[in-house]
Design a protein around this ligand. Structure first.
Ligand code: ADP
Length: 540
């Protein structure tokens, strides 16, 4: 412990000697003495004095004045002053001392015990104060550290968001092109062999899209951007759909696929149907992948009931390769597989179950697995489901190929898109709907075209060089030519980020379409935005 400095100020040398003698045995103190108040003030300024024992009656500056000076200076105001006096204990003297800033009194002739005890107690106080100051400093430092860490986390999250937006744009744009060209092929005359090639190409691009969607899903969940959306839907219909899809797939592998459902399972529930289907489908897809013979069974059981809610357990059992003991927990972590040979033999990214686990958490449900190596596995999801009385109204739309949609009547369209494949495909699609199409590669060129031509519709990519789609939209909506304000604009965004789509509307877009988009969706959006202001005539 660092000793604290105590000042003794008295104009009489003999008083200093006797007080010094009394205090010298107190631990952790260092005594400095002076007979001159001016010199004492300099000492207080220069050295780190913590306690001052000040004689009251001194020529020139008396004790009260000395303490007042100490207290009025920020550099010395912390010093604890104790008045040492021979004058009476009358209240007015006491008050004067306390008012000047002293903390206590010692009366002459000094009582040795009281003097030592008082000084010791003030020394103790100083040490406690010093400790408090140190603790406060440490607290302040850790607060700053915490703020810094929080800032770093916010920054990291922002970078991740930007990365996610760029990734989704960079990857989805070319896939959009590939899938669009495939749509074009599908609409053309093909022989049987070509149809088979196209089917393979379709499967490959679908799997690529699935993997990319998985990566984006995981990033979206981890950055808190994936929203759970509850809606009323028919659970039984969903299970029927799952049954239909996977029965066909199982038959291709010579496997048996069956669904067992408790009779009391409610027909309609309120839940996030998309995510529930994603969880169940993931389990079944894995079972199909890892089972060579035998069967796969999806069971839906009620495990608890409370008022209007059921606890349901969805379990998928298979007679597949099973998982080694000790690997079961690992497989729910991102990029983990039960053993490394699995990727070589069966392929896969190890993301499916990691996503499912995160989804289950978001849905307040539990997932788990039981497995016997070499015999088979069971994967399950359990959660609470609210019973609902109605089904969401689904519009079932089935249009075979885009070139059979009703044609538009003389629709002049400007396509602003920097990706050649996408603009080529868009133009082809639009021309098949009887649109007259101009193509430009950035927002600046779009503005020039809009200034000198009449357009009924603009399709605008969001990320373009020189001038982005958002900037171009704002310019058009604020154009000096009033009739340009009303041109309907649909943005084409490869971003999966909701706020980027909201930004498109804020910029003035009339519709937003994601990439890769479905021709039907684009067609419907065009109908919606172009008929908002005037009634379009469609010719078949
Ligand atoms: P992926 O299948 O793409 O590798 P998943 O996260 O879906 O990723 O699965 C992780 C791992 O869990 C798989 O690689 C496999 O080792 C194991 N696994 C999942 N389901 C099964 C199953 N039904 N039978 C055996 N192993 C399974």
């Amino acid at each position: 412990m660092k000793p604290i400095n105590i000042l003794i100020l008295d104009d009489k040398e003999e008083n200093i000697i006797s007080l010094h003698a009394l205090l010298q045995d107190i631990e952790y103190i260092n005594i400095v003495c002076s007979t001159d108040p001016n010199e004492a003030l300099k000492i207080c300024w220069r050295d780190e004095i913590s306690i001052a024992l000040v004689d009251v009656q001194m020529p020139e500056i008396n004790g009260f004045e000395f303490v007042s000076i100490l207290k009025s200076n920020p550099k010395t105001s912390h010093i604890m002053a104790i008045m040492v006096t021979a004058i009476s204990k009358e209240d007015r003297y006491l008050l004067q001392g306390l008012e000047s800033g002293a903390v206590d009194y010692l009366y002459k002739p000094l009582n040795p015990e009281i003097t030592i005890a008082k000084v010791k107690s003030f020394v103790q106080q100083i040490f406690i104060q010093q400790e408090l100051i140190q603790k406060n400093k440490e607290l302040e430092e850790s607060k700053m550290e915490l703020l810094k860490t929080k800032e770093e986390a916010v920054q990291a999250r922002k970078s991740k968001e930007i990365f996610l937006a760029n990734m989704s744009h960079e990857i989805r744009t070319p896939i959009n092109g590939i899938m669009g060209i495939m749509h074009m092929f599908k609409s053309s005359d093909l022989n049987t062999e070509q149809k088979d090639w196209l089917k393979r190409l379709d499967n490959a691009s679908q799997s690529l899209l699935l993997i990319i969607n998985d990566i984006l899903d995981l990033s979206k969940i981890d950055s808190g951007m994936l929203k759970i959306e509850f809606e009323d839907f028919s659970l039984t219909k969903m299970i029927e759909d799952i049954n239909r899809i996977f029965k066909i797939k199982a038959t291709h592998k010579n496997l048996n696929f069956e669904v067992l459902m408790d009779e009391q399972v409610p027909q309609y529930i309120r839940y996030d149907s998309l995510r529930l289907q994603q969880i169940i489908s993931n389990f079944i897809s894995n079972s199909l992948k890892f089972t060579e013979k035998g069967k796969i069974q999806l069971a839906i059981n009620i495990t608890e009931k409370q008022n209007n809610s059921f606890k349901l357990r969805f379990s998928v059992k298979d007679t597949g390769i099973g998982i080694k003991e000790g690997s079961v927990d690992k497989i729910f972590l991102a990029f983990e597989q039960a053993d490394d040979g699995i990727t070589k033999k069966f392929g896969g990214t190890g993301l499916g179950l990691a996503i499912v686990k995160r989804l289950a958490n978001l849905l307040n449900g539990q997932i788990g697995a039981n497995s016997e190596y070499g015999k088979g596995s069971e994967f399950f999801f359990e959660g609470w489901f609210e019973v609902s009385s109605q089904e969401r109204k689904d519009e079932v739309k089935e249009v075979p190929t885009y070139n059979s949609f009703p044609k538009f009547e003389k629709l002049k369209v400007l396509v602003a898109e920097d990706n050649d494949l996408n603009s080529f495909m868009l133009a082809h699609m639009l021309r098949s709907w009887n649109c007259e199409v101009d193509i430009v590669k950035n927002g600046q060129l779009a503005l020039e075209k809009v200034d000198s031509n009449h357009y009924d519709l603009i399709l605008m990519d969001t990320h373009m060089p020189i001038m982005s789609g958002f900037e171009a939209i704002k310019e058009i909506k604020n154009s000096s030519i009033p009739e340009k304000h009303g041109i309907p604009i649909i943005t084409i965004s490869a971003s999966v980020l909701e706020h980027e789509q909201a930004a498109a509307y804020r910029a003035g877009a009339d519709g937003v379409i994601g990439k890769p988009f479905d021709p039907i969706e684009l067609y419907q959006k065009i109908v919606a935005v172009t008929t908002k202001n005037k009634n379009m005539n469609l010719t078949t």
